[in-house]
Write a protein that binds this ligand. Structure first.
Ligand code: SF4
Ligand code: SF4
Length: 387
C-alpha cells in the first residue's frame, strides 16, 4: 500500500481509504475484509453518524486490537444540532458506538454552503471544537462538502480547517468543489480526501459502449474502475481516495491498483484518452445523480435515485433496456415507486447535494418512461407475476 503524507500533521495515510457507508454483507465478512485491509496497509476508515449501523460494526471490529493501527474518520450531522448540548450528545454517542475515546478525523457532514457553517458557529461549534481538540478527543477537524464551487472556497476560508473531503472523479472534474477547489484546498496546505471516485458505480457499470471501446484501445489494458482510480491518484493534491469496498475481490483489486499508482504518471496519450471519455459521457448523461440517497425517503414512495438512474440509462442502454429496468425496479412491486407518483412537495430537492431539480427531472422521467404503453404493460406484467 502506498502512503501520502498529510501536509498538515505530517502523518502517513494510505492512499486508499475504506469507505464504511454501506456494509452489504454479514458482519463476519465485513470483519474479514476490514482486518485484511488493515493487514495490507489501509489505515483510514471513514464512517458517519447517519450511516446505518456502520459506526457500531466498525467499532466492534476495531475493538479486537486494531483501533490504534488505524485512523477513524466520522461525521457530525449538522441538521441534528439544535443547541450547544447536542454537539456533545451526538459526539459521545459516536465514541460509544465506535468503542473509542478519540476520533482521528472528525468532519462536519455534508456542508453545502456557508449558511450551515454560520448556523453551527452561532450554536458555539468553534468553542466546542477547541474543547475537543484540547482534550485530545478530536485529533483533526474537517468537513465533507457537496455544494457548488464558490461556497466551497468560502467555507475553506471561514475556519482553520485541518482537512476536507470532496466528491471528485473524472466526470466531476468541474462539478461541486472540482479541480479548482481541490487545488485551492491543497494550496492552503490541507489534505484532501476524495469520495465518490467511481460516482456510485456509474463509472464502472453501464458506461456507453464508446467509452469501453476507448479504454479497450489504450496501450495498457485496465478496467474502467482502475482507470478512474488512477485518474484521481495521478493528482498530487489528492491525499487519499475512499472506496466503499463490499467484497474481498473488490478490496484486493483496489489495493493492487493503489500499490501500482503514482502521481503525474499519465502520458499525454492517456490524458487525451480521458478527454475523449469525458466528452462522450457528458454528451450522454442527462442527470448528474450519484445515487447517494440523501433525498430519500420520499413521503409518497417515489424511488428517486432509481427513477433518475433508469432515465440516464436511456442513452446508455437504449429505451427498451431502460424501460424494462424501470418497470422491474419501480413498478412491479406491491408498493410502486415510479416517478409519476410525485406530488411535488419539494422535500427531496432541499437535500440533494448535486442540486438536481428533482421535480422537473421526474416529470421528464414520466414523459420518457411512462408513455402510453406503460400502464397496459405494467398491468399484464403484474397479472403474470401475481402482484
Ligand atoms: S417532490 Fe416528489 S419526489 Fe420529491 S419528496 Fe416530494 S413527492 Fe417525493
Ligand atoms: S437526486 Fe440528489 S440526493 Fe437524490 S440520490 Fe440523486 S444525487 Fe443523491
Amino acid at each position: 500500500m502506498k502512503n501520502r503524507v498529510n501536509p498538515k500533521n505530517k502523518e502517513h495515510l494510505s492512499i486508499l481509504g475504506f469507505g464504511c457507508m454501506r456494509f452489504s454483507k454479514s458482519e463476519s465478512e465485513v470483519e474479514e475484509q476490514i482486518i485484511h485491509a488493515i493487514e495490507n496497509g489501509v489505515n483510514y476508515f471513514d464512517t458517519a453518524y447517519i450511516y446505518p449501523n456502520s459506526e457500531v460494526i466498525l467499532g466492534r471490529i476495531l475493538a479486537k486490537g486494531y483501533r490504534k493501527k488505524v485512523n477513524v474518520a466520522t461525521k457530525l450531522p449538522p441538521y441534528l444540532v439544535k443547541k450547544y448540548e447536542d454537539f456533545d450528545k451526538l459526539f459521545y454517542k459516536e465514541l460509544q458506538r465506535l468503542q473509542t475515546d478519540y476520533i482521528d478525523y472528525y468532519l462536519m457532514h455534508m456542508l453545502t454552503d456557508l449558511v450551515t457553517w454560520d448556523r453551527l458557529k452561532e450554536l458555539g461549534v468553534v468553542q466546542w471544537i477547541d474543547e475537543k481538540k484540547k482534550s485530545g478527543e478530536i485529533r483533526n477537524i474537517g468537513f465533507s462538502y457537496h455544494g457548488g464551487k464558490s461556497e466551497f472556497i468560502k467555507i475553506l476560508d471561514a475556519y482553520e480547517w485541518e482537512f476536507c473531503m470532496i466528491q471528485y472523479n473524472y466526470l466531476d472534474e468541474n462539478n461541486q468543489a472540482g479541480k479548482s477547489g481541490l487545488k485551492y484546498a491543497a494550496s492552503k496546505g490541507l489534505p484532501v480526501m476524495i469520495m465518490e471516485p467511481l460516482r456510485g458505480g456509474k463509472l464502472v457499470n453501464n458506461l456507453p459502449k464508446e467509452v469501453y471501446k476507448t479504454f479497450e484501445a489504450a496501450k495498457v489494458k485496465r478496467s474502467p474502475a482502475e482507470w478512474a482510480l488512477k485518474w484521481i491518484w495521478d493528482q498530487p493534491e489528492v491525499t487519499l481516495v475512499l472506496s466503499g469496498m463490499n467484497s474481498m475481490e473488490m478490496l484486493n483489486e483496489n489495493m493492487r491498483v493503489a500499490s501500482e499508482t503514482d502521481v503525474n504518471a499519465f502520458t499525454e496519450v492517456e490524458k487525451t484518452m480521458f478527454d475523449q471519455v469525458k466528452k462522450t459521457l457528458h454528451e450522454k448523461i442527462k442527470v448528474p445523480c450519484t445515487g447517494c440517497n440523501y433525498c430519500m425517503p420520499c413521503p409518497v414512495g417515489v424511488d428517486i435515485p432509481t427513477c433518475l438512474s433508469c432515465y440516464n440509462d436511456i442513452e446508455i442502454e437504449g429505451r427498451i433496456g431502460a424501460f424494462s429496468k424501470y418497470l422491474m425496479q419501480t413498478s412491479l412491486k406491491s408498493e410502486p415507486h415510479n416517478a409519476s407518483l410525485c406530488v411535488k412537495c419539494g422535500k427531496c430537492e432541499k437535500h440533494c447535494p448535486q442540486e438536481i431539480k428533482i421535480i422537473e427531472e421526474l416529470e421528464n422521467v414520466t414523459k420518457k418512461l411512462e408513455g402510453v404503453l406503460y400502464k397496459p404493460i405494467r398491468a399484464v406484467a403484474k397479472r403474470f407475476m401475481k402482484l
